[in-house]
Design a protein around this ligand. Structure first.
Ligand code: GDP
Length: 450
């Protein structure tokens, strides 16, 4: 999905340049793209509708700085709204009760409940220094009980035995009793899942909830379920007072949209994300990072913000025009280019904000070296007279070029070879710019760094 959404949004970013506001009339097309993108990301339809309505409300009348397009501004609003919808800050497990704190795990079979139970045990042992007991009430599948035993051992937690001939409520009572007697801080209660929602299953887990009075009731859901995740989430939310969600299999090729749907439907925070089959494949869920991932835009949004902060895009555009023609490019232009770049956080800062694919290409060049070179060039240019800056040819084939170069070298505090090297690079750059015809600053930087 990432690529699709990126494509759509990139197209969007380019549209309607020169319009200074987002209005009823220009927002429709843009929102249609966003809507399609979200549906392709497997976000459920009602959730998409709500989301679009909120984005529309926030974007209507939003100020668009002249150097940005309404599309760019909208993308930035979309990303922020995505993050806000997926959660606010980071929500950890609540353990502020008389021990044992009981955590009830709910979800369909195959969602990753058992695996997550063990991962969570490990997390609570390592990060919260708790003594953790696990137990399974999946009396319908003996293999599930065995599975919990195995993964609990991997997690370094303790497992409380249960057998298929027991009733879930008896298992619950025995486990609580054992946890109390042996001073466990946390009891993780794994439950039976079914392949689909069914009444008996829901009645059973409701009864267990009433008996256990858990401090956390976590709904475990497979991110790859996409649209179906919504129905499941709704059924569990109606049956149980959920306190959080664990979104599993985010490492797979899920399209990430489930996070949005599930968060919206359940109204509770996504607390953890499963990111591998392994016991340590659990991460505290970070909404902002996930929104960035769903959007797949690297951080074009941050770039937009930099621009809004006041980088002089008009000047940059004029320069770009000049660069395109290649003929007039002089040392003043070069200085102005360097200062634009500095305002945007230097070369490496700029690269961090590019979409991943571009950034990795640019990253092949040695940015540190390119930046050092640029600083040196800046120093040399500053030592030139105004005339020399306007007329680089004076230093390249002018009569008094040798004495001019000596003077500049002394002024900049560098060897004359440095000045020559810089002039060489400047010349190469001029040639290259003619060839590139405005093909981008990045290419030039790559050459310089290499
Ligand atoms: P349960 O039926 O809900 O208890 O599900 P399980 O814990 O048995 O998990 C079902 C399958 O999903 C197993 O093969 C797990 O290894 C796998 N699984 C669980 N969580 C993740 C995850 O975050 N990433 C990946 N790749 N696989 C997972």
């Amino acid at each position: 999905m990432a690529s699709n959404l990126t494509e759509r949004l990139s197209r969007l970013v380019k549209t309607m340049r020169g319009q200074s506001r987002i209005t009823e009339s220009n927002v429709q097309d843009m929102l249609r793209e966003v809507r399609m993108a979200l549906l392709e990301a497997d976000v459920a339809l009602p959730v998409v509708r709500d989301f679009i309505a909120r984005v529309k409300e926030k974007s209507l009348g939003a100020e668009v700085v002249s150097s940005l397009t309404p599309g760019q501004v909208l993308v930035s609003i979309v990303q922020k709204e995505l993050a806000a919808t997926m959660g606010e800050g980071i929500a950890d497990i609540d353990l502020a009760v008389q021990p044992p704190a009981i955590i009830l795990m709910a979800g369909l079979q195959g969602a990753g409940k058992t695996t997550t139970t063990a991962k969570l045990a490990k997390h609570l042992i390592e990060k919260r220094k708790k003594k953790v007991l696990t137990v399974s009430a999946d009396v319908y599948r003996p293999a599930a009980i065995e599975q919990l035993k195995t993964v609990t051992a991997q997690a370094g937690a303790e497992w409380f035995p249960s057998t298929p001939d027991q009733k879930p409520r008896d298992i619950a009572l025995a486990a609580i009793d054992f946890a109390k007697k042996h001073y466990f801080d946390v009891l993780l209660f794994d439950t039976a899942g079914r392949l689909a929602i069914d009444e008996v299953l829901m009645a059973e887990i409701k009864e267990l909830h009433a008996l256990l009075k858990p401090v956390e009731t976590l709904f475990v859901v497979d991110a790859m379920q996409g649209q179906d995740a919504v129905n499941t989430a709704k059924a569990f939310k109606d049956a149980l007072p959920l306190t959080g969600v664990v979104l599993t299999k985010l490492d797979g090729d899920s399209r990430g949209g489930a996070a949005l749907s599930v968060r919206q439907i359940t109204g509770v925070p996504i607390k953890f994300a499963g990111v591998s089959e392994k016991i340590d494949g659990l991460e505290v869920f970070d909404a902002e990072r996930h929104a960035g991932r769903v959007l797949g835009m690297g951080d074009i949004v941050a770039l937009v913000e930099e621009v809004q902060k006041g980088v002089d895009i008009e000047a940059a555009q004029k320069l770009a025009e000049k660069v395109k023609s290649g003929v007039d490019f002089d040392f003043n232009d070069f200085l102005s280019q360097i200062s634009q770049m500095k305002k945007m956080g230097g070369l490496s800062g700029l690269i961090d904000k590019l979409p991943t694919e571009l950034a990795s290409k640019a990253g092949q060049a040695d940015m540190g070296k390119a930046e050092r070179d640029m600083r040196r060039m800046e120093g040399i240019i500053c030592a030139m007279t105004a005339k020399e800056r306007r007329q680089p040819s004076l230093l390249m084939d002018g009569k008094s070029k040798a004495s001019r170069k000596r003077r500049i070298a002394a002024g900049a505090g560098v060897q004359i070879q440095e000045v020559n090297r810089m002039l060489n690079q400047f010349e190469q750059m001029q040639t290259m710019m003619k060839k590139m015809r405005g093909g981008g600053l990045m290419k030039m930087m790559k050459r310089m760094g290499g």
